[in-house]
Structure formats: C-alpha cells, structure tokens
Design a protein around this ligand. Structure first.
Ligand SMILES: NC(=O)c1ccc[n+]([C@@H]2O[C@H](COP(=O)([O-])OP(=O)(O)OC[C@H]3O[C@@H](n4cnc5c(N)ncnc54)[C@H](OP(=O)(O)O)[C@@H]3O)[C@@H](O)[C@H]2O)c1
Length: 297
C-alpha cells in the first residue's frame, strides 16, 4: 500500500496520456471515471489490484520496526499515486488486505487506515453515496495464521469484515472471530484459493473486489487466474538494497500470466519531482493478447 499524505492537494494538475492516444488529462478523476462495474464478468466478481514500484521493481524495502520487516519505500510513495489508489477504492464493494497489514495497523507502522475511512476525500464519499454504495467498502482479510489483533478488529466495527482463511485454521480462532460477528470463510487448504475466494465473495454479493495487498495475495489471485486488471505506478528511480519485495511472490506461474497494456500516463510530478508512469494492464487469456478494449473507449 502506498503512503497517504495530502491526497487532495496536487490532484488538480494534469498528466499526459501516452496510450491509447496522446492528450493531457487531469489526475483527479483519472481512474474514477472508469466504469469498472460494466466489466463484471459472468463469474460474478471483477478483481483488480494496484501497486507502486521503483524502476528496479521494489514495492517494499527493509523496515525493521514493521511486522514482516518490510514497508513501502518512502522514496516512491507520493500523494498523486495515493489519490489514484483512493479513486480505485471508491467504486469497490470490497478491499482485499492481508493479515500482516492488520498487524501493521496494531503496531502503528501501517501507512494508512484501510480506505475509504473518515479521512476520505469528500468527492469520493459523494461518489459512493451517488452510486448507492455503503460509505465504506467491505474489508476482506486474507490470513492463514488468524493472528488478527482484537483491538484492530474492534476498530473496524461498523464496517463489513470478511476473513478468508484456510481449513487448517485454529478452530477456536475461527469461533472467536465468528462470535464477534465476522464472516469467516474457509477457502482452501494450506493457502486461501483465489477461485474459492472469489466464488465466496460472489455468493455474498461482492462484485468489485480491489486488492491493495502485497506479493502473496497477488500470487493467490494470479495463480487462480481471477485477476482482471493491474494498475501499476512505476517511479523512475532505482533503489537497490538487499531486502525487498517485488510485485508477486510464490511458485512459478505456468503458463505465465499475460497482460495487455490498456492505458499509459506520464506524470512529471512524482516524488521529489521525479517522473512516474501510471500503467493500466488488463489480463488476457493466452493466445488472445491483443483482443482487449482500452478503458474509456
Ligand atoms: N508498493 C505497493 O504498492 C505495495 C502494495 C501492497 C503491499 N506492499 C508492501 O508489501 C509488504 C507486504 O504486504 P502484504 O502483507 O500485503 O503482502 P502479502 O505477501 O500479499 O500478504 C502476506 C500475508 O497475507 C496473508 N496471505 C497472503 N496470501 C494468503 C493466502 N493465499 N492464504 C492465506 N493467507 C494469505 C498471510 O497472512 P497471515 O500471516 O496473517 O497468515 C501472509 O502473511 C508490506 O511491506 C506492504 O507495505 C506494497
């Protein structure tokens, strides 16, 4: 997840669309104007994810004080990208996060509360109200350990929370979450299975599921071939460092997971004025790599 700071401020100044056509476009509304609901597949759930990365592929670097020892590099996080993260949360029925993120919230090292909280930009709150959506998307927490700090779970009161875990999860931990009125889904053995997860979400009326989690959750979605779209911001900076995470971590994807570029934007106002590229990729079935419709067309 990217950092949150002054998400409203720089949103009015623009960026340059480079693909599929060339034009100047405002940052504010860039992703909000995409009608993701129109893209919901027959399977019932449209799943999308978003990352910010350095040019050398770092989405997280060493952060010894954080649970898991990693954090989003402060050299890539920036308010303009954060605004887009929030715009992607605006239409979502549910936000997918990891158990580790819940521990970060408890530890005070999370960079933001789950979107869209009380600090959400007013235009995004209005967007949800106009669309007839509840003020906050549901939260779907993937965890096999179920080490979910009770005070953080209590902080989420008022929000719909679904915990997706594994068949081997400790029964008393499952029972305790259910007693707290949380919806607990057992969706796999050893790991939550992406297909079972999205089926369970569809059964619960969740049609737009937005993952802001990291490399293992992305692998879960890719392995099950249930991810439809990837939003990727690449900051034109090299960070190096020996402990880091990249976009996806897990067993080799065979066959590879293919995307087609749907949109590309150049922003000259990344962190410290460094350029960043906002990319929108749509998943494509193998052998069908060019048969996609760019967003907004
Ligand atoms: N730059 C970016 O855009 C970006 C985006 C997202 C995250 N990050 C960073 O990347 C680092 C890792 O983030 P993350 O924790 O969200 O990463 P993650 O690797 O996706 O999630 C790890 C945790 O999620 C749970 N989990 C994941 N897949 C699961 C499955 N299939 N079944 C059951 N449980 C599963 C487990 O929780 P339990 O341990 O509770 O069992 C696991 O420890 C953090 O530093 C974060 O800030 C960066």
């Amino acid at each position: 997840m990217q950092t949150q700071n002054n998400a409203d401020g720089p949103a009015q100044t623009g960026l340059r669309m480079l693909y599929p056509s060339m034009s100047d476009v405002p940052l504010s509304g860039l992703y909000l104007c995409e009608d993701l609901r129109a893209l919901i597949p027959a399977s019932g759930v449209y799943t999308y994810s978003n990352f910010i990365s350095s040019l050398d592929g770092r989405i997280a670097v060493s952060r010894p004080d954080a649970p898991g020892g990693l954090g989003v590099p402060e050299q890539t996080a920036n308010a303009r990208d954060w605004r887009l993260l929030l715009e992607l949360a605006a239409p979502a029925d549910a936000i997918i996060v990891s158990g580790r993120y819940m521990r970060e919230l408890a530890h005070g090292t999370a960079q933001a509360e789950p979107p869209l909280g009380n600090d959400a930009p007013p235009d995004l709150r209005k967007f949800r109200a106009r669309a007839g959506l509840p003020p906050q998307p549901a939260l779907v927490i993937l965890s096999r350990s179920l080490d979910l700090p009770p005070d953080v779970i209590r902080r989420l009161a008022g929000r719909r929370v679904i915990v997706a875990t594994i068949a081997e999860a400790t029964p008393s931990a499952v029972a305790s979450l259910r007693q707290g009125n949380l919806d607990v889904i057992l969706a796999g053995s050893g790991a939550v299975d992406g297909m079972r997860l999205t089926s369970a979400l569809a059964e619960r009326g969740i049609q737009l599921a937005y993952s802001i989690a990291g490399p293992e959750v992305l692998h879960t979605l890719l392995h099950a071939r249930v991810l439809q779209r990837l939003y990727l911001t690449t900051v034109a900076r090299l960070l190096a460092g020996e402990e880091y995470a990249t976009l996806v971590h897990g067993k080799r994807l065979v066959p590879p997971f293919d995307f087609a570029l749907s949109a590309l934007y150049l922003d000259h106002q990344g962190p410290d004025g460094v350029d960043q590229l906002m990319q929108v990729y749509d998943s494509v079935p193998r052998g069908d790599a060019r048969d996609v419709v760019p967003p907004g067309t």
